[in-house]
Write a protein that binds this ligand. Structure first.
Ligand code: ATP
Ligand code: MG
Length: 420
């Protein structure tokens, strides 16, 4: 390691050796989202702090302790690096009146920032793919999201993912449950940890999400939200289950699933794996019918999910998924002035035909250039010396199979590269 400046803890460089897996993942995700008719939206990474406080909720892990917030020295405004994408996405949709055009199926990808303790699968800058369906009341679109997830896992070669679902009911049902939960937790007050005591009246549902093992028993004995459901939420939840059964997507109902953000109602779900240690949740989402109105829009139902890219890539490695290698078609070797300028022209002409070419730079003997060609992983070496330059021809040497070197014109060479 150098003595120079280093990256911030929990913020990773993604190096070229990891590129094949990232690109395979990103290409697969893009095709997958297109195949369901989702369109991309890109939002700024920085937003006004209030946006997150109002949408995620004041008494949540994210807002209480995980946000990168600072005061802009010029405007004196409090700004925050986005810890998640839903709030920004809804803000953008409202700001640009997208819902007037009708319901929207949207997605975004990019870095999110949370000031957490860095560890395997938990970083301070991490990537998410976020998918949001706005203006749909479900449960068909709730089911679409979950079925989509199952299709992506298959396409990426992932197995062993478990799906847990639950429902948070309506706002009223949640309020009734909240009161019941507070009474229960108060009766065990002496056994609550510090976080739970603090949250008891501000946000008791979040206590159910506690990761403290000492809280396990109390949480297990708590009343269940699913027992307080209103009729409509119950029907919504049952319809969702029927759709998942029809689509052959196995699930478990986990009544303790509350999710870490305040804006959810009705459907919530998480995909988890036991193969990544403590950070086993790779995708999570649900319905947030109140958020659009809460952020100043005309009420519109919505649901969505976010996937943690680093965790999914780690799982792909665990599942021994081989990403296709990212190698060039041609490594172009040349020596001498005439050969050098001919090589430059040839490389551009090949690229015009969709052939990927690494043009050797920096001189050196044919032998050392051929070594580089081999190490690059390219399928062919193209060799241009004085002879070739004078004849306007190329020597083409297959590098990945035992075949003869041939001397041909540019058009024939392109044919050869295309065939394999
Ligand atoms: P966790 O319980 O692991 O903290 P969360 O409930 O805070 O997760 P969400 O806000 O639902 O996570 O984010 C969706 C997904 O983004 C998570 O399921 C996870 O895969 C990923 N994720 C969240 N925080 C991080 C992080 N700090 N580093 C890497 N991935 C993360
Ligand atoms: Mg978290």
């Amino acid at each position: 390691m150098s003595n120079g400046i280093q990256a911030i803890r929990g913020m990773n460089d993604i190096l070229p050796d990891e590129a094949p897996l990232w690109e395979f993942f990103e290409d697969s995700v893009r095709d997958w989202l297109r195949s369901y008719g989702y369109r991309v939206i890109r939002m700024p990474i920085l937003e006004k702090t209030d946006l997150f406080v109002r949408s995620i909720g004041e008494v949540t892990d994210i807002v209480e302790k995980e946000m990168y917030t600072f005061v802009d020295q010029l405007s004196n405004e409090s700004l925050t690096l986005r810890p998640e994408g839903t709030a920004s996405c809804v803000r953008a949709v409202l700001e640009h009146n997208l819902l007037y055009q009708g319901p929207q199926r949207l997605y975004y990808t990019g870095p999110m920032f949370r000031h957490e303790r860095p560890q395997k699968g938990r970083y301070r800058q991490f990537y998410q793919i976020g998918v949001e369906a706005l203006g749909y009341s479900g449960p068909d679109v709730d089911a679409e999201h979950i079925v989509m997830n199952a299709r992506l896992w298959k396409r990426l070669g992932l197995d062993g993912l478990r799906l847990e679902i639950s429902t948070l009911g309506s706002a009223d049902a949640r309020a009734r449950y909240r009161a019941r939960l507070i009474r229960y937790l108060e009766s065990h007050h002496d056994r609550l940890d510090g976080d739970a005591k603090r949250r008891l009246h501000a946000n008791p549902l979040r206590i159910l999400d506690s990761k403290n093992p000492a809280m396990r028993d109390i949480i297990d004995g708590a009343p269940r939200l699913t027992d307080d459901l209103d009729g409509e939420s119950l029907r919504h939840f049952e319809a969702l289950q029927a759709m998942l059964r029809r689509a052959d997507v196995p699930f478990e109902i986990n009544p303790r699933l509350v999710r870490g953000l305040d804006y959810y109602n009705r459907t919530v779900f998480e995909w988890t794996t036991g193969r990544l240690g403590a950070q086993g949740t790779v995708c999570a989402g649900g319905r947030y019918d109140g958020l659009v109105e809460q952020l100043g829009g005309k009420a519109a139902p919505a649901c969505g999910f976010a996937m943690g890219v680093e965790r999914l890539l780690a799982l792909m490695k665990e599942c021994k998924v081989e990403a296709p290698a990212l190698v060039s078609d041609v490594y172009l070797v040349h020596q001498g002035d005439a050969a050098g300028s001919f090589a430059g022209e040839v490389a551009e002409a090949m690229r015009d035909h969709g052939i990927s070419v690494v043009l050797h730079c920096g001189g050196g003997s044919f032998k050392s250039q051929m070594k580089k060609a081999d190490a690059s992983g390219a399928r062919f070496a193209v060799i241009i010396g004085d002879d070739e330059a004078a004849a306007q021809e190329l020597s083409v040497k297959p590098l990945r199979e035992a075949a003869e070197q041939v001397r041909v014109g540019l058009t024939d060479a392109i044919e050869i590269f295309r065939k394999k």
